[in-house]
Every structure is written in structure tokens, then in C-alpha cells.
Design a protein around this ligand. Structure first.
Ligand code: CA
Length: 493
């Protein structure tokens, strides 16, 4: 599964017009033509309201089928449209990754009186005062679904805690009496089991059984190929290994999966990978922060350290690399948006090296009207170069603070393959790099940078390549360049 090119097929501010699944059906062929062979779709479950992006899950069995929370459809459409979208992608050989949100529920149908131990906001192991009663939104009866697919209803016994007391109209971290936070979670705030809403007790045997039953139902209903797991830092590290192992055994499917563990600490990610038995990949959060910092530091960032302490460097086979996502985009919870001037460089790094599994963000491919953000220049060309020409052995030239480069030798399987990448976050310059002895005399053309340089490979397979100020140049052979232009790829737009 290491040759995937993933597209995150949503951004936070998509219009709430219930039309995303329909758009997917129309667009699947184009997505395939762009060079993607996998998409990550947003959570398809009924949320607490019709505008919900998908992370405030109300009912996992309602994929846009029941009149609940104000509409039948979700923000993205109906269940039938979702199923059609998945089929449309798969028809073009695109694997579909479903976003799975099991940590929390929001939008309970009724309240219950629950005895709680309030915890300090910044130290969830520190009790505040004595046990007392609150009124909590913990009853989920799903009156609109009426037991279809599952008669499981939720109450406070199946949750660990909540952050709102309806009686006292007061927010806080309320741990339910007799419950404990899961200890195998992130250690921020002393214990980061609690994220939001009603926190699901994934140790409860009945909950586990139901989550497994739901997983089987979901796979059978949707036919998705794999998963993106939300908020794994807030879920005991044993849970998803168990859940995935069981589902893989029961279905016989490979179920490739990427987990979102939001941490910039390579040590913590390494430990998590170990604890989960390498059952799934992780998003390369440390690399995202390197790209973010570099983009905000002008020429002050040492480019030769751009990959340092990343998953890509330590566990390339486990790394799903990305530049930005729906959480890092402007004004979102984890806002750490990579600045525009750096974006093409960042994508050259994750798309052309042949390491890790890159995930392209909707907002970079299609823009984000909400924030007047346009598409990333050259991204479509980079995708084509990844698909056809960024092949073969990698040679790194991370030997300068500002100007770094790498080359790929090309491979027999892909005619005219081979690529040269050179980028600078400061003044431009030149670097002699090795492409391939076989290409002696071949002209290499920069199809991304602004300088339009042409370099002829010498008899030893080297060339003296150049790059402009604060930009990236990507050279391919003139034969490859012709194919890019013939295919109507605008390399500069
Ligand atoms: Ca939790």
C-alpha cells in the first residue's frame, strides 16, 4: 500500500448544501486523472446539527437516512449519495478511506442525573471538591431511527465524563462516579482522555461489542477500503489495535488505516506506533510543524533540517505526510497554516521523494473561498510528476542551510522518468547533482520554477542545476516535459 497518493476530500468551510457526495460522483474521474488513487472522505455520520463538519457525532448508524437533528441528509448528503460516491471513486481505482470518530458523542436526546467528580481543566487527575450531582446529556435513544440496524441506546454507564452540567449551566471536566480516565492516552493536561462531548468508555465490554458490530455493519453498508481514525490521542492505545484486528479477521480485508495522533513529539509518536503494534500508519505531524515553521521564518529556517525529527525520517513506511488539513487551516482548532510562498516547496518534498504516503489537502488543490486562499501553484503538475517521473533511486543534497535538493534516477518501468528538485528559502543558486549516467546528453527542463532553465546532463550523469530566490525548481527530461504540456498540465498555474 506504499504507492498511494491520498486526497483529503474536504475542508472545514465547505458550504452546508448537502451536495459533497453528489459532487464526488461527478468528479471521481477527474480526481483519478489528477493522479490520486485514494481519498479520505469526511465523517459521514449524523452530527449534532446539519452544519456539523462530522466530528460532533450524534448517531453512527445514521449516514443521512433518518430525520434526526433537523434533516435526513448530513452536511454532505444522504446515505444513498454517500454509497454512490464511494462506488464512483472505486470505479476509477481510487481507494476510499472513511473518517472514523469513536471518542465522543454530542447532541444527546435526554439528560440524566449523574454523580460526578469534577476535575481541574488543566489537570484531569486533580479532583475539585467533593462528589456531586449534575444533569448530563447522556441519553441517546435515536427516536428518529427507531432501532433500525441496532437497538443499542446509550446512557451514562457507557461514558466516562462530560463537560456540561445542564442543571447548573456550568462547564467543567466532569468524571462520572465509578469511572476512570483511560491511562493509555496522551499525557497533556495530566491525562488527555477527555476531548469533547460525552467521552465514550471504550473499556466497557458492551460498548466494545457494539463498536465492533457497528464496524462490521459500516463496512458491509458502505464498502469503504480503509480508515482514518480521529483523535487517537484521546483513546486508549489498545482500543484501535483490537478493533482493527477483529475487523480484519472478520472481513478478510486489508483495511489500510491512518491514525490522527496530534503530537509534534517524535518520541511520543514512536511509542504510540510500538504500543499499537504497527497496525496502522500515522499522520506526520512533526513534519507538518517543520514545514509550518519554515514557512513562517523567511530565510531563517535551516532547510537542511526540514525533515529532522519527522515520522518520514524515522518510520517512512508508517508516515502519512501532509502539508495542511481541516484542523490546521486558518481559524481552526490547530491553526498552523503553511504560508503560501512555501507551499509548492512543501508539496515537492512530500510528493516527489517516494517516501511515506502523501495526503494532499482539498484547500490546497481547490482553494478555500472562506479565507480567500487560492490553489497551490504547480500542485497539479507535481502530482503528474509524482505519478510518472519521480521514480527510481533517491539522492539527497541536504548540504546547505538554504539551498537543498534531491534527485531520482528514474526507473525502467516508467519511460522518461527521473527528476531533479532544488529549492531555496533565501537567495537562489546552483548545485551540481547526479541524475543518471544513462541520461548523458539529455536536456532537463525546469517545469515549476520561474527561471525556465535548461540543463544538459554531462557524461558522468551530473548536471549543474539552478533555482531562483525563495522558490523551488523541478526539472524533468525534455521528453517528460513535453508529455506534461501535451496533457494540458499548467506547470505554473
Ligand atoms: Ca476519550
Amino acid at each position: 500500500m506504499n504507492n498511494l497518493t491520498l486526497l483529503q476530500y474536504f475542508e472545514w468551510y465547505l458550504p452546508s448544501n448537502q451536495l459533497l457526495w453528489q459532487r464526488a460522483v461527478r468528479e471521481a474521474k477527474d480526481i483519478h486523472k489528477m493522479g490520486f488513487n485514494a481519498v479520505w472522505l469526511p465523517p459521514a455520520f449524523k452530527g449534532q446539527d446539519t452544519d456539523n463538519v462530522g466530528y460532533g457525532v450524534y448517531d453512527l448508524y445514521d449516514l443521512g437516512e433518518f430525520k434526526q437533528k433537523g434533516s435526513i441528509a448530513t452536511k454532505y448528503g444522504t446515505r444513498r449519495e454517500y454509497q454512490a460516491a464511494i462506488k464512483a471513486f472505486q470505479r476509477y481505482g481510487i481507494k476510499v478511506f472513511a473518517d472514523i470518530v469513536l471518542n465522543n458523542r454530542i447532541g444527546g436526546d435526554e439528560t440524566e442525573v449523574v454523580r460526578v467528580i469534577e476535575q481541574e481543566w488543566d489537570n484531569r487527575l486533580q479532583q475539585v471538591g467533593d462528589i456531586y450531582e449534575i444533569e448530563a446529556w447522556t441519553k441517546y435513544n435515536f427516536p428518529g431511527r427507531k432501532g433500525k440496524y441496532s437497538d443499542f441506546t446509550w446512557n451514562s454507564a457507557y461514558f466516562n465524563g462530560i463537560d456540561w452540567d445542564e442543571r447548573g449551566k456550568k462547564s467543567g471536566i466532569y468524571l462520572f462516579e465509578g469511572k476512570q480516565w483511560d491511562s493509555k492516552v496522551g499525557q497533556e493536561k495530566a491525562n488527555y482522555d477527555y476531548l469533547m462531548g460525552a467521552d465514550v468508555d471504550l473499556h466497557n465490554p458492551k460498548v466494545r461489542e457494539e463498536m465492533l458490530r457497528w464496524g462490521e455493519w459500516y463496512l458491509a453498508t458502505t464498502g469503504v477500503d480503509g480508515f482514518r481514525l480521529d483523535a487517537t490521542k484521546h483513546i486508549g492505545s489498545d482500543f484501535y489495535s483490537w478493533w482493527l484486528t477483529q475487523l480484519r479477521q472478520k472481513t478478510g480485508q486489508e483495511l489500510p488505516t491512518v491514525g490522527e495522533y496530534w503530537s509534534n513529539d517524535m518520541g511520543e509518536l514512536g511509542k504510540y506506533l510500538q504500543r499499537t503494534g504497527n497496525q496502522f500508519w500515522l499522520f506526520d505531524v512533526p513534519l507538518h510543524f517543520n514545514l509550518f515553521k519554515a514557512s513562517r521564518s523567511g530565510d531563517q529556517f535551516p532547510m537542511n533540517k526540514i525533515l529532522d525529527n519527522s515520522l518520514l525520517q524515522s518510520f517512512p513506511d508508517r508516515a502519512v505526510t501532509f502539508v495542511d488539513n481541516h484542523d490546521t487551516q486558518p481559524s481552526q482548532g490547530l491553526d498552523s497554516w503553511v504560508d503560501g510562498w512555501f507551499k509548492t516547496m512543501a508539496y515537492a518534498l512530500i510528493l516527489l521523494r517516494g517516501e511515506g504516503t502523501p495526503c494532499v489537502f482539498w484547500g490546497d488543490l481547490f482553494g478555500i473561498p472562506h479565507d480567500n486562499i487560492g490553489v497551490v501553484p504547480g500542485l497539479k503538475a507535481l502530482l503528474k510528476i509524482r505519478e510518472f517521473f519521480a521514480k527510481g533511486k533517491l539522492h539527497d543534497y541536504f548540504d546547505h542551510e538554504h539551498i537543498i535538493g534531491f534527485t531520482r534516477e528514474g526507473s525502467e518501468t516508467y519511460p522518461d522518468s527521473g527528476v531533479v528538485v532544488l529549492m531555496s528559502n533565501s537567495k537562489g543558486g546552483e548545485k551540481e547533482m547526479y541524475v543518471n549516467r544513462k541520461f548523458a546528453g539529455v536536456r532537463y527542463i525546469d517545469v515549476i520554477g520561474t527561471n525556465k532553465h535548461i540543463v544538459t546532463v554531462d557524461e558522468n550523469g551530473n548536471g549543474k542545476f539552478s533555482v531562483g530566490n525563495g522558490t523551488v525548481s523541478v526539472y524533468v527530461s525534455e521528453f517528460a516535459a513535453k508529455q506534461l504540456f501535451v496533457n494540458g498540465i499548467s506547470t505554473r498555474g
